[in-house]
Write a protein of this length. Structure first.
Length: 292
């Protein structure tokens, strides 16, 4: 019969068996020895081929790097809204789900919930709780060939078709070397970021019976962003005081029981100066046991 396409050893085996039937036991022994030698040579050849060298030595680390199919990484670099690769990858700070910037901004025009997990991002201003993920975007551009070039070309064509000036990418300015002896920087080394524009004072008003053991809050003065919500303040208190999940936290400003979605800036504007003491937004909190 004709030899097999897959390179199997069916034909040599049948050929040796036919010879052994006609030549007797002595030929059998000779052929077995030859067959063993052929098998040993083939095994050595397989070993060399497996490691990529003639002498069976290992290749360098670069040659042994595992090649990964892009399809294995696709679920982690696709936007669940447009089903395309991330462009200007943007992450929701509340749940850490990532989307294209244009996709998530368009989504928040008609919804304040995450498209993936349905959590309420912000009651009134969900765009405050998104951040660009430049590191992830750099990874996507390195993984997908020509994606960055295609995106730049599309953006260029978009502005040109509308007669607009194409925005130039921000280039970091080189630091001019100083001449002579270096000057000492005067003033405080630590500078408060401008986005931390609200200082709050957290006053404990007590806990009812059955709330269990809890750690007292060590520091009651906190500086945060005005976009932080009462929900963020409650999370801060629970973590710092190691509160039981069954313990309910009520946060009050003046005579108003505050809701989770209210931002500190909104509270300060609505309640006014009566909520402020020496430049601090005063919040009172109490602990109660949640009803079953």
């Amino acid at each position: 019969g004709a030899p097999s396409c897959s390179g199997s050893r069916t034909l040599p085996f049948e050929f040796e068996r036919g010879r052994s039937e006609s030549s007797g036991d002595e030929d059998d022994d000779d052929e077995d020895e030859e067959e063993e030698e052929v098998e040993e040579e083939e095994m050595e050849g397989d070993t060399r081929a497996r490691f990529g060298t003639d002498d069976g030595e290992l290749d360098s680390d670069d040659d042994r790097e595992r090649m990964i199919n892009l399809a294995e990484l696709t679920p982690y670099i696709l936007c669940s809204i447009c089903k395309g690769y991330f462009i200007d990858a943007t992450t929701i700070t509340e749940c850490l789900h990532t989307f294209c910037k244009s996709c998530i901004v368009r989504h928040f025009y008609y919804s304040n919930r995450c498209p993936k997990c349905n959590i309420v991002v912000h009651q009134t201003q969900p765009l405050y709780n998104i951040r660009l993920d430049r590191q992830l975007q750099d990874i996507v551009y390195k993984l997908v060939v020509n994606l960055e070039e295609r995106e730049k070309k599309q953006m260029h064509d978009f502005y040109k078709e509308r007669g607009l000036e194409v925005p130039k990418p921000a280039v970091p300015q080189p630091v001019q070397p100083s001449r002579g002896r270096p000057r000492k920087v005067l003033g405080s080394v630590f500078r408060i970021p401008p986005e931390l524009d609200i200082s709050i004072l957290l006053e404990f008003i007590g806990a009812n019976e059955g709330t269990g053991n809890f750690k007292p809050l060590e520091k009651k003065f906190v500086r945060v962003s005005g976009e932080a919500t009462i929900g963020h303040v409650e999370k801060f208190l629970r973590r710092k005081m190691d509160l039981d999940p069954a313990c309910q936290v009520d946060i009050i400003c003046g005579d108003h029981l505050l809701e989770h979605y209210q931002t500190l800036r909104e509270i300060r504007q609505v309640i006014g100066e009566s909520a402020v003491q020496d430049g601090l937004l005063v919040l009172h909190y109490g602990l109660v046991v949640s009803p079953l």
